[in-house]
Write a protein that binds this ligand. Sequence first.
Ligand code: ATP
Length: 239
Amino acid sequence: MSDDLLTVRGLVAGYGAGAVLHGVDLTVARGSITAVVGANGAGKTTLLRALSGTLRPAAGRIVLDGADLRGTPVEQLVRRGVAHVPEGRGVIGELTVDENLRLGGLWRRDRADARRALDEVYQLFEPLVRRRRHHGHQLSGGERQMLALGRALVGRPRLLLLDEPSLGLAPRVVAQTMALLRRLRDSTGLTVLLVEQNVRSALSVADQGVVMSLGRVVHTAPAARLRDDDDLRHAYLGF
Ligand code: ATP
């Protein structure tokens, strides 16, 4: 078994005729957190959409655990362990917290383990227990974030694609979310690809930092180096 869970080579994707990703290369180690950072419009969200199957890539390779998955439909990618928590989080407002969470495990054949995973998520996100029968639209931003993450975890993903989890959250909740990702990585070996505007907090939790610009990966480095090296930060992140 290779140490790399995900290898992306020459990925081209976009909307209609125009490409947004112009040949993305990326390698993600098993059991690691990778932060994808870069200016607005660099293509970070588009990259996650292409990896999750919600956007069909025009060219390139997406290899997960040795299998080329480019062009695989979303439902099959989910079965292979790819979970996507989109920007805005995709919580269904008309369903209860419990129903939202159960959706994350509906497809699983191992019903006993799906129930176990659900129990684990309630242990992980205690506030959701009280909210169990409330509808998605009644939740606060932080609770919605928990719910979206929880729903993804009920499916026991191998690769978690997280788009802007800190969006609209109080700094305290952002810190809690980042700490949780680290705990999950350490305790379950979860692999995370994290897209964030909040560069500092993303690089503080990540193992690897990937900088995107104009639809390409322009720099890859250990996250701590990217965070602490003034020259690198100025050159690639502008702060
Ligand atoms: P941001 O943080 O602003 O979302 P990003 O790095 O995630 O930035 P993307 O959202 O991937 O960037 O957007 C990259 C480019 O693709 C932008 O020029 C954007 O206008 C364009 N784009 C994004 N979504 C669509 C869409 N649904 N249809 C057409 N163009 C889109």
